[in-house]
Design a protein around this ligand. Structure first.
Ligand code: BDP
Length: 679
């Protein structure tokens, strides 16, 4: 199936001229180094080139005098000839066309074998995009250290917030052991530079607790597949494991028995997986166990695990998604947006240096629009990483097109002012700003066992783009889309143009027909798909919009609201606090305003709501028209599957439009200037 191959399609090249050009360089592969990772690189090259030019390349381990691709690490290179190798980091690489009398070659060189593999995927991307190979001169290093994917897979086979079928790892409380599929996933991840994966849901239930006991041989096998692609395996751990597994009656992090238990356990894990990455932990959140039960804090909790992992080089990735999910909506003194900062900021400096805090990009929960979490930059002496959600839980669940790279890029470029102007989130999470020992980026995966991995064919762009963006946060949205579209659909210019236009506008389109002006939520409770204006309004989750007949929005100011704005550094605090400067798109996140409040755009809030909801639906319809124009240029399988989803997107967008508009018309009694809203 076409969808299965995703962006590693490697179609047969149709022009004879291009075939000659590729063959000229690629019919021989010389590897001066041979590790399992280099073997994976060779295998990928062989597979790709065989398909693209219809002829299998020859492989040799010594240099030949005819043109070839040469795989090497810094150990086999003459550093004076390739001084760039000094500039790259452990995972970086060079791609260079080297012309010699005695045989020219394309050099794919890394400081380590991982770099060789990354260079391989990069070269293949260039070939797929019909790039000339004659004068390549590329020097690359990943900007971020940990580039991670979190699977939210459960062992019963379900995937929490999974919109692409079931798990590719588990079924019926056991492993599936389909290593071919896992390998293909590893190839997809590695091809965009992902180097870490946690393979089970952050909500660790009874069965998954046994991943660190009876299932260790299986975890080891999965880790082995990922290792070949330069990816380190992690597990989500249940904080109450010692109790859950029946060994102890407490999970108190300061209890000597508990400490000893984890030390033994970790030792056992490393006896199966010598390069195990460590644990991802969701503790004291949404009914998960944690140190609070014992009157301990999150530093106590994470440090205890960190001590057990430390001798083996393992780390603890401790999530900051901690808040009271049983709060009283009538109590305005609590604000869920404040929670992460309130819990963690006071603990700055108390975490061991093999603990890293994983902070969701926004203070709430992966909404279409949120401000950046104020925790970024606020903890100078604590390792931090950011968490995104590639899975589109609140952004159309892979039934709507919503290309999220522009959102993540905006977040990474956000200036926190932590150390004055220019203190961007990207320079915090890449570790440079505070010279953190550990740093990086993680995201919730969007794949499942659907043939095309992501349910929506176009949702593959989010996984691809995630990897590319965190490798190099300075890549542009346009470049990422262009790379993905060429590798996935070929080089037909109409296809590239329309798909790029669709993806690049999709986030704004989704935003315009859903919850307005940063207020968020308004989704159906539990499954979170589709509109439900008051679905969460009078519940315990802390997710409110406070709409009444006079106005809407959450007052998070210091002056009259929850004081959330005070968690930002001064520049941003003032910026959000004042109605004059607070940007339109976040207005209702920070302020409660009358419907007649005038936006910077010149529209009133109520008219803005009406307009954007009508425009959004029109734009969704236009998305489909752009796609339909490509019918002749795209295979039937992918054409129809996307077309069906676009159909559903339009219907669902109409539902959003009508429900939201009618609701606000009734609340406010203010008519749409253009008389489109039905009472
Ligand atoms: C929310 C999801 C929930 C997750 C939680 C988390 O709705 O299923 O368990 O985040 O991140 O977005 O822990």
């Amino acid at each position: 199936a076409e969808g299965y191959k995703a962006w590693l399609k490697y179609d047969l090249v149709t022009s004879q001229e291009n075939i000659r050009e590729i063959s000229r360089w690629c019919s021989r592969i010389v590897h001066l180094v041979d590790t399992r990772i280099v073997q994976a690189a060779k295998e990928e090259l062989t597979r790709a080139i065989s398909i693209m030019i219809g002829e299998e390349p020859q492989i040799a381990s010594e240099t030949v005098t005819s043109n070839h691709i040469r795989l090497a690490t810094s150990e086999q290179l003459n550093v004076d000839e390739f001084p760039e190798i000094r500039k790259i980091n452990e995972e970086g690489y060079l791609i260079k066309t080297v012309k010699h009398e005695e045989g020219s070659y394309i050099l794919l060189a890394g400081k380590s074998d991982k770099g060789v593999l990354y260079a391989t995927f990069h070269l293949l991307r260039l070939i797929q995009a019909e790039h000339s190979l004659d004068n390549l001169d590329i020097v690359e290093s990943p900007r971020n250290q940990i580039r991670m994917i979190n699977q939210w897979d459960n062992m019963d086979g379900s995937v929490e917030r999974g919109y692409a079928g079931e798990s590719i790892f588990y079924k019926d409380d056991d492993f599936i052991r389909d290593y071919d599929r896992i390998k293909d996933y590893a190839r997809l991840l590695s091809s965009v530079g992902i180097n870490a994966i946690s393979i089970n849901n952050v909500n660790v239930h009874a069965v998954e607790t046994s991943l660190i006991t009876t299932f260790l041989p299986d975890v080891a096998k999965v880790a082995d597949v990922f290792r070949t692609y330069g990816i380190t395996t992690y597990l989500s751990a249940n904080y109450a494991s010692p109790m859950e597994l029946g060994d102890l009656t407490t999970a108190d992090p300061l209890d000597e028995g508990v400490k000893a238990w984890w030390k033994d356990k970790v030792k056992e894990v490393y006896s199966y997986i010598s390069d195990f990455g460590g644990f991802v932990v969701k503790a004291d959140s949404e009914h998960r166990p944690g140190p609070f039960t014992y009157g301990r804090n999150h530093a106590d909790g994470s440090n205890m695990l960190a001590e057990a992992l430390e001798p083996f080089g393992g780390i603890v990735i401790w999530r900051c998604f901690v808040y009271n999910c049983m709060q009283d909506w009538r109590d305005r003194s609590t604000d869920r947006a404040r929670a992460a900062y309130d819990h963690f900021k006071p603990l700055d400096g108390q975490f061991h240096n093999n603990v890293i805090l994983q902070i969701k990009n926004g203070p709430m929960d992966f909404q279409v629009r949120e401000p950046v979490s104020p925790l970024f930059g606020a903890m100078r002496d604590t390792n931090q990483m950011i968490e995104f959600q590639v899975a589109q839980e609140y952004t159309g669940q892979q039934r709507h097109v919503c290309f999220l790279i522009p959102q993540w890029k905006e977040i990474l470029d956000f200036d926190t002012y932590a150390k004055g102007q220019g203190s961007t989130v990207k320079s915090i999470v890449d570790g440079s700003m505070y010279e953190s020992k550990l740093s990086g980026i993680a995201a919730v995966s969007n794949i499942g066992n659907d043939t095309n991995w992501c349910g929506h064919q176009l949702a593959q762009a989010n996984l691809f783009g995630y990897g590319r963006l965190i490798w190099d946060p300075n890549l542009s949205n346009e470049d990422i889309v262009d790379e993905w579209a060429r590798a996935t659909f070929g080089n037909n210019s109409a296809v590239i143009e329309n798909i790029s236009a669709m993806l690049l506008s999709s986030w704004q389109i989704y935003e315009s027909y859903t919850a307005p002006l940063g207020v968020g939520w308004m989704v159906n409770p539990n499954h979170h798909y589709g509109p439900n204006v008051d679905g969460y309004e009078y519940s315990v989750w802390g997710t409110y919009h406070f709409a009444d007949w006079q106005g809407i929005g959450v007052d998070r100011t210091v002056t009259s609201g929850t004081g959330y704005t005070s968690q930002y550094f001064e520049e941003n605090m003032k910026y959000y606090e004042s109605l004059k400067t607070c940007p339109d798109e976040l207005l209702l996140f920070f302020h409660h305003v009358p419907y007649t409040h005038l936006l910077k755009s010149g529209e009133t809030v109520i008219q803005h709501i009406y307009n954007t909801h009508f425009e959004g639906v029109d734009q969704a319809i236009a998305l489909k028209e752009k796609w339909e124009a490509l019918q002749q240029a795209i295979d039937e399988e992918r054409f129809h599957s996307v077309n069906e989803r676009l159909e559903e997107q339009i219907e669902n967008a109409k539902e959003w439009r009508d429900m939201i508009n009618t609701y606000f018309y009734r609340k406010s009694g203010i008519k749409d200037k253009e008389n489109r809203v039905i009472y």
